[in-house]
Design a binder for this molecule. Sequence first.
Ligand SMILES: Nc1ncnc2c1ncn2[C@@H]1O[C@H](COP(=O)(O)OP(=O)(O)OP(=O)(O)O)[C@@H](O)[C@H]1O
Ligand SMILES: [Mg+2]
Length: 236
Amino acid sequence: MIIAIANQKGGVGKTTTAVNLASSLAAAERRVLLVDMDPQGNASSGVGVRPGTTPLTIYDALIGNATLAEVLQPTPQQTLFLAPATQDLTAVEYELFDEDRGTHLRKLLSTATDYEFVIIDSPPSLGVLTLNVLVAAERVIVPLQPEYYALEGITYLMATIDRVKNSLNPGITVEGIVLTMWDPKIGLLIRWRTRCASTSASSTQSSRATCACRRRHRTACRRCFTTSAARARKAT
Ligand SMILES: Nc1ncnc2c1ncn2[C@@H]1O[C@H](COP(=O)(O)OP(=O)(O)OP(=O)(O)O)[C@@H](O)[C@H]1O
Ligand SMILES: [Mg+2]
């Protein structure tokens, strides 16, 4: 299964989510490939491979100078492998100009048949790199920091996912939204959580979000919102 961690907003916890998910699956002895698609290379250093210390990176594979197998690196976890990234990856935005520019990663990952899970960390943008991620993915997990401008960003991301679903990747589904850096004491955040649940449910049919009662509702649960708001009022 190929799972992308995506949100064009920066610093919301994409890499933290990708590294922890990949590492947890590997700790459960599943064969996992972590693909770093962010030129910042944070996912690479997150699993112990310092950017710039490997001869080949995912950039070489994307532009056709190497196979995926040639760029893979082992990690301290026996069943976790990494396709590393460095700053070079920014050049992909300018170098992939063919009409298949969105499908390069999908073609590469079709050769990764040894892995039960492929986890892809995305950059904070909606350019060619993220397009390649969304075209390759079967599922998308969206880390979301509950703050004022996040909803605008998430609407745009969901529209992009819908466009990819209607064109290059009909099989893509949004697995869910992961609220990160959540502070339960702030009542405003509770209202955001409820709005996020309704937004994700209406923009992509298969999206689900966990409401305050910890059950997975398609829409926000009025009863839970009332109880959690009362709890937050009590806490402040
Ligand atoms: N759940 C969390 N609680 C508190 N801090 C967190 C949490 N998740 C991530 N962080 C911290 O927030 C910062 C940004 O996280 P991270 O690098 O994972 O975000 P990102 O979305 O990948 O950023 P970028 O868009 O730059 O790639 C890091 O310093 C990380 O340690
Ligand atoms: Mg990151």
